[in-house]
Write a protein that binds this ligand. Structure first.
Ligand SMILES: Nc1ncnc2c1ncn2[C@@H]1O[C@H](COP(=O)(O)OP(=O)(O)OP(=O)(O)O)[C@@H](O)[C@H]1O
Length: 213
């Protein structure tokens, strides 16, 4: 079953072409890797898929709905890491996640605590996010992306700043999500992450997505 479809999607910024007539089909229950050099458009691709920016041409269809129309500006139920999330620096990790969880109101405090433990953060810690290390901030980003059991995860560099054991742990977690039937898109500059996790890999090349695996 196709979860995300790109049909002839093109995108330019100030005359600089990033994507030209790109087609892509993302199937449920698989992990996809998007690779390419710095500045090739990986984050822009993810932002288009999430409805944060719109293609100049072409269609983006998520679960059968055309993204960008008034009622479907953003896909529902995506867990997203793109760029650095805007945390409230003076609050703890738990308080930040609680604020985010209050938007949809579908999870309780126990679920937030469980998710924090799952990614390797201490829910009861009174440490404010402004004093978090880079790796801890990354774990908090992962926690917000998964805490509501989001069925599609769009993860731009999810392993950034994580230590070796944490990388192994998060890889296992993503693998278990795939087995549950969730769909995951990741970028990584670490080829090992891509090789270990991904069922399909696409490289941005010549303004297209070239299938590598
Ligand atoms: N809102 C924007 N306005 C103008 N140019 C933009 C905008 N967003 C991205 N770009 C440009 O698009 C290009 C692709 O950026 P993008 O962040 O997608 O690269 P990337 O492949 O994710 O790179 P990296 O590997 O460094 O993370 C860059 O040249 C960037 O400057």
């Amino acid at each position: 079953m196709s979860v995300i479809t790109l049909e002839n999607v093109s995108k330019k910024f100030k005359g600089n072409t990033l994507f030209n007539q790109v087609n892509l089909n993302i199937e449920k229950g698989r992990i996809y890797g998007i690779v390419g050099p710095n500045g090739s458009g990986k984050s822009v691709l993810f932002k288009m898929i999430c409805g944060f920016i719109y293609p100049d041409e072409g269609n983006l269809i998520v679960e059968g709905k055309l993204i960008g129309q008034s009622k479907n500006r953003f896909p529902n139920n995506f867990g997203i890491i793109i760029d650095r999330p805007g945390y409230i620096a003076n609050k703890t990790g738990f308080q930040n996640l609680k604020e985010l969880a209050s938007i949809l109101g579908v999870i309780d405090e126990d679920k937030i605590e469980d998710t924090m433990e799952l990614v390797g953060l201490l829910p009861e810690s009174d440490q404010k996010v402004k004093n978090y290390s880079l790796g801890m901030k990354q774990k908090l980003a992962i926690a917000q992306a998964i805490m509501e059991d989001q069925q599609v995860l769009i993860l731009d560099e999810p392993f950034n700043a994580l230590d070796f054991d944490s990388v192994k742990h998060i890889r296992k977690l993503l693998d278990s999500y795939r087995q549950e039937g969730r769909t995951i898109l990741i970028t990584s500059h670490n080829q090992e992450d891509i090789d270990i996790l991904c069922d399909s890999v696409y490289r941005i090349n010549n303004f297209k997505l070239e299938k590598v695996i």
